[in-house]
Design a protein around this ligand. Sequence first.
Ligand code: SF4
Ligand code: ZN
Length: 311
Amino acid sequence: MNCTKCKTKAVIKIPRHHAAFCKVSFTNFVHDQVTRAIKSEKMFGRGDRILVAVSGGKDSLALWDILLKLGYKADGFYVNLGIGGYSERSYSMVRKFAEAVAPLGPALHTHTVEQEEGAGIKELAHMVHRPTCSTCGTIKRYQFNRAAVERDYDVMATGHNLDDEAARLLGNVLHWQEDYLEKQGPTLPASVEGFAKKVRPLYRLSERELAAYCVLNKIEYIIDECPMAQGARTLLYKEVLNRLETESPGTKQYFYWGFLEKQRRKQSSSDAMSEKDQTLLRRCGTCGQPTTSEVCSYCKLMARARREVAG
Ligand code: SF4
Ligand code: ZN
């Protein structure tokens, strides 16, 4: 098997593109896919300051690496969830990467849930009688947005890949979550003041391709999934999509990119959403961040946790 580009020995096959690449051509292919994503979805420009949400996993560290290599100004933001050995290992991966790139300028910001919210994510979820992942989602969304806005970043980038987006789309379609479908895209505009622009520059790359990128470019990452992810619906959707992909390479790409194409044709979704958000969103009465109700879900969650502690 030879590289489609340079005809030397290939190290990876990409069936959905009918291609095979050597290390250099594969790295160029990955960079090219991210460049295309940034341009076609109007994510950010050369002068923008980007805050990358890093978890220690392959996707977010690959994203940080790719953006830096493409010459963008990107810093990292890590939320330490306080999930025992998992959080310790993931934080050490993030720190290792951050220390290696620090001489080039990028900074790493950290938010520690145990310190700021008063308890680790599992304890917090237990206190508010909510599933761990939904509590985690509320806190991460809130803190990501806050970090980007307060630290004056132009955009917040996350490492969601093609597999994540296709699985999420499948879940939204299966349950006809129309509101979520409307908002599912690689770029969420900064529709109102206090609401950071959010982008997903890896939506053109699969999980397997990002793992290969890390291995070939010697980026160390935490291989284990978060222990709380066990049994999550998304994992089942990913499994189903992987079976379809094996039978028919390109399925995930046709499914998700096809959806984006339809969305684009239907309307300029970001403009429509921006207008819709402006009418729906107001300032949280407690913290001032944008929300659709009087008090945002983070402040409600924290108030409930405080009530539990007070007894
Ligand atoms: Fe948070 Fe759940 Fe994801 Fe773990 S699996 S990082 S608890 S959302
Ligand atoms: Zn609030």
